[in-house]
Design a protein around this ligand. Sequence first.
Ligand code: NAD
Length: 302
Amino acid sequence: MAEARQTVGFIGLGTMGREMAANLLRAGHAVRAYDVVPTAVDALAAQGAVPAASVAEAADGADIVVTMLPDTPQVEEVVYGPDGLLAAPPRGRLVVDMSTIAPQAVRRMHADLAAAGTDLLDAPVSGGPQGARAATLTIMAGGSRTAFDKALPVLRGMGTTITHVGDSGAGQTVKLCNQLICGINLQAICEALALGRACGVDLEQMREVLLGGSAASWMLDRLGPAMISGDAGAGFRIDLMLKDLRLVQELAYGKAVPLPATALVTSQYLDARAHGEGGNGNQALFRVYDRMSGQAEAAKGG
Ligand code: NAD
């Protein structure tokens, strides 16, 4: 069934947002696009979006505003700023934040927006830039059922597994649990590749074999090839994962839940950033193992 055409204000046109907004255009929605980087707005306007020069302009006349921003402070700026969504809400009175940010901050913004008559849904995503491009993201949404149902026609333009997981903040909680697994899984893959390499096995073949068995994972499938070839190109940056691991630990500390494996892998991500890898893709975590195992020189030039 064709979805009703909506007007979507889209704020944050980076690695993920530009693909998600382009898919909304392809799905037949009208998009009003804004980013602090004007060239990002121009690129989306070239695909048919209406360029906006501010948050308020993106929200003007929109049924829904979607935000896809780096971290909590940027989402707060877009909500509370002088021309922000609290002061200049979309006509449809619904904001869907798809960034990964702190659940506690989501609940605060949800309450403040609700007091002004605007609903907020937290709807973070998993699936990386490939999932964003293919419109196959997994979307985990927190907020009222009414807000979820209203957002569905737009969410369906960006993802395939779309689930209402609870009240405000619950989407972010589930996303942070996802990130904890991704980080520790990547660490496990680094260890297996480091050991396999030292023993002289063919790593490409080993990856294919493992993908057919119980060690298979999204990380091994999608990031394994770049880890093996030494391609550190950004998709999901080390810096963004460090932000997520910080959010995981802040949440866990507040609930007194010990997460020793998360703490260990966070140290390795910090090591990666200290060695200048913050802007590289997550697969560059393997370079920490290159250094630990004396393979750093051998891995250079990849
Ligand atoms: P990104 O840094 O590539 O994009 C963020 C965009 O927001 C940039 O274009 C930036 O200019 C813009 N921006 C920053 N502050 C702004 C403001 N105040 N107003 C308007 N625009 C502003 O990040 P990304 O990789 O697209 O990730 C976005 C969010 O999605 C993050 O929270 C990230 O953790 C999450 N995420 C990323 C991936 C991934 O694989 N990259 C996967 C899942 C979730």
